[in-house]
Design a binder for this molecule. Structure first.
Ligand code: MSP
Length: 669
């Protein structure tokens, strides 16, 4: 029997359209679900909508329609977004489903029968926005301690769940179950609160006279259920009615409830004590992730800065996978992060377009050109024996295979960004491996055929393995890599249920080179802040006379007669970083390569005399330095709008590049 894995997201309020916060949790849950399926687990991944409560009732009233109509209008927007973001949920729950309502009422009745629910008068400070009462000591200056909105004095009869009596049991449970609340800092927060404050009982009803949009209490028709009691039950009710065959025995307790930090208490305290009272096992882990700000500010409707995932994926053409990658790579899961278009573009360009995208493209171009478009023929025995000759081959291969052993640990500790960092550095290792063996040189020597095949086979096999690693985060990209390598992979099968084996890529497989995996995002808005900040704070880098002029339009200063120039003269030279977008040889020239470079919002054509040192495919994606204010000149009839900097004297030794990831167009001084 396969291991089961049950993962949930919060169910989202339908008071408004989905935003980046909703997308964040759902993408993270999807990545975990996809990974566990690759490992062969029997997965149930649940998401859905929280459709009752005051917020939804108010939103419907504002729209001038009935609450149910409002929910029916918004539900497709969430479903459509999940399709767009490639979310592979197995269930989608709506709390207005009859099946769900029945379970909520059954639980309420059970607790009532066990006398764990009682009726009492309650007077307190009520926050409409948070839909909860606060005590006198919580409220300062008449404001809700949570959302800082004004609270109202309310007095009403309500039903209460005897939550307080579970305080000690809950403390013991958290203490004895290390992984129950994660990350550690959040666990300590919850423990701290439980150990210092008396846990009260929980009001689980709202009088219909005040709020009618909810599930009626089974034992008093004048009341509806408090929205949080209703919502939390979704994690169990879904297992009962979303499939003809109930799934409770198979999937409960849940393995992971992913939630945002703001709703940890409701999960760790309300839900846990509700389960204790119902005599049901508690989930294995509740993980609370951080929040996204936008350009350094809290995201809110009133600020008008709510990030719409549709717009990001469509308008900025970064693609679904780049967005998914960004969300999980940018900040450690559990920490807060800041979203900006610049950060998204930088991350996509540096890690994806210049990383794995460029690696696939250059590998396939070389296979196309030198091996008739088929995976080259090379015996695995030769590869084995070549290890000594090519230490980097062994390195790339071993490191790539080694990651498989760490996957479970990285996923179990929700270290998505470490995982992606590992994957990105593996792609870099393969890139370096290619650079060091210079297949473009090997291709010129018929005696080096076996070596050439070994290098290209290794690169292609590394890419095949990389596609398995990236699949949970970037499923479309993984599929595209496999397809372009000529493979027919069944991604629905448990591809990681067995150890990854080296050498499964069959020689002779016809590759199917397609379009670039990640077209570079051209920043619509300049990353002005980061650009000037980093340029201003970095030490001036002297451009010495060892930087030669590869394009022949300017003479190389003679080393024997160093000419001294004043700082003013030097300051006239505008040096900037640029990223190579395309590179091609100038016909009939051994030396000249025509480059299209990105200067950050501006594209330039540069003809550079670097063709003896570099093959065009080596250059795409590289971050170089150019003289940006050189008068345009024509070389072999082609206009060159600047000059690249390279080290070397008569011959080009190497292009000048920038270690740090600065945006194209950044001033160099
Ligand atoms: N309906 C409740 C959850 C009930 S679960 C039984 C709810 N819904 S919500 O739509 O308001 O929020 C859902 C999730 O979105 C929460 O986990 C919350 O943390 C998350 N986010 C809302 N804004 C966010 C950011 N700015 N950044 C990251 N996540 C954020 O609460």
């Amino acid at each position: 029997m396969p291991k089961t894995f049950y993962i949930t997201t919060p169910i989202y309020y339908v008071n408004d359209v989905p935003h980046i916060g909703h997308a964040y949790t759902t993408v993270a849950a999807d990545v975990l679900a996809r990974y566990r399926r690759l490992r062969g687990d029997d997965v149930f991944f649940l998401t859905g909508l929280d459709e009752h409560g005051q917020k939804v009732q108010q939103a419907a009233a504002k729209a001038g329609i009935a609450p149910q109509d409002h929910c029916d209008r918004l539900a497709p927007q969430f479903k459509k977004l999940w399709l767009k973001l490639n979310i592979s949920n197995n269930g989608f729950i709506r709390t207005t489903d009859t099946g769900h309502k029945r379970v909520v009422q059954r639980y309420l009745q059970q607790l009532h029968d066990k006398q764990l629910i009682y009726k009492a008068d309650y007077t307190g400070w009520y926050c409409t926005f948070d839909e909860r009462f606060w005590t006198e000591k919580d409220v300062a200056d008449g404001l809700c301690p949570d959302c800082k909105r004004p609270v109202d004095r309310l007095s009403e009869h309500n039903y209460f769940f005897k939550m307080g009596q579970y305080q000690d049991r809950l403390i013991d449970y958290i203490k004895s179950h290390e992984n129950f609340i994660r990350p550690e800092s959040r666990r300590n927060e919850v423990l701290g609160f439980l150990q210092t404050q008396k846990l009260g009982d929980l009001s689980i009803s709202r009088p219909k006279s005040r709020l009618s949009w909810g599930i009626e209490l089974p034992f008093d028709q004048d009341y509806v259920t408090y929205v949080w009691f209703d919502a939390l039950v979704n994690y169990m009710s879904a297992l009962e009615y979303l499939r003809p065959e109930p799934l409770v025995a198979r999937f409960w307790p849940a393995d992971v409830h992913l939630v945002g930090k703001d709703i940890l208490t409701t999960h760790a305290v309300y839900w846990s004590t509700m389960l204790m009272a119902l005599e049901l096992p508690l989930p294995q882990t509740i993980f609370a992730h951080g929040w996204w700000t936008v350009n350094g500010e809290k995201m809110s409707k009133s600020r008008g800065n709510v990030v719409d995932p549709y717009a990001i994926v469509d308008e900025y053409e970064c693609g679904v996978d780049a967005f998914r990658y960004f969300l999980l790579r940018e900040v450690p899961f559990g920490h807060d992060g800041d979203f900006s278009i610049q950060a998204l573009s930088r991350r996509t360009n540096s890690d994806l377009a210049n990383g794995i995208g460029n690696l696939l493209s250059r590998t396939l171009t070389m296979i196309d050109r030198n091996c008739d478009g088929a995976i080259p023929d090379v015996s695995q025995d030769y590869i084995e024996s070549a290890h000594q000759k090519y230490p980097l081959l062994l390195n790339a291969k071993q490191q790539l295979l080694a990651l498989e052993k760490h996957l479970d640990g990285l996923y179990a500790s929700f270290e998505f960004n470490d995982l992606l960092l590992n994957i990105a550095s593996l792609a870099t290792i393969v890139d370096i491996f290619i650079d060091q063996h210079e297949p473009w040189r090997l291709a010129k020597d018929p005696g080096k055929r076996t070596e050439l095949n070994t290098v290209l086979y290794t690169a292609a096999e590394c890419l095949r393995i990389l596609s398995l690693y990236i699949y949970p985060v970037m499923p479309n990209t993984a599929k595209s890599i496999a397809e372009q390598l000529g493979l027919d992979v069944n991604w629905g099968s448990p591809l990681l249920s067995q150890e990854i084996k080296w050498g499964e890529l069959q020689c002779g497989t016809k590759i199917r080179k397609g379009s670039a995996l990640f077209p570079r995002i051209e920043s619509k808005t300049q990353g002005a802040k980061t650009v000037s900040d980093s340029a201003a704070s970095s030490q001036p880098t002297p451009v010495t006379s060892t930087a030669s002029t590869p394009a022949p339009q300017a003479p190389t200063p003679a080393p024997s007669a160093p000419v001294q120039i004043s700082i003013d003269e030097f300051m006239k030279v505008q040096l900037k970083t640029a990223t190579v977008l395309t590179a091609e040889r100038v016909p009939k020239s051994e030396k000249l390569i025509k480059l299209q470079v990105d200067l950050g919002g501006e594209q330039r054509q540069i003809v550079a005399g670097i063709g003896k040192r570099y093959e065009p495919e080596q250059l795409v994606g590289k971050r170089i330095v150019i003289v940006a204010n050189l008068k345009p000149a024509k070389l072999m009839g082609i206009e060159s709008q600047g000059m690249v900097l390279a080290a070397g004297d008569k011959d080009v030794g190497g292009l000048v590049t920038v270690i740090e990831e600065v945006p194209p167009g950044t001033k160099v001084k």
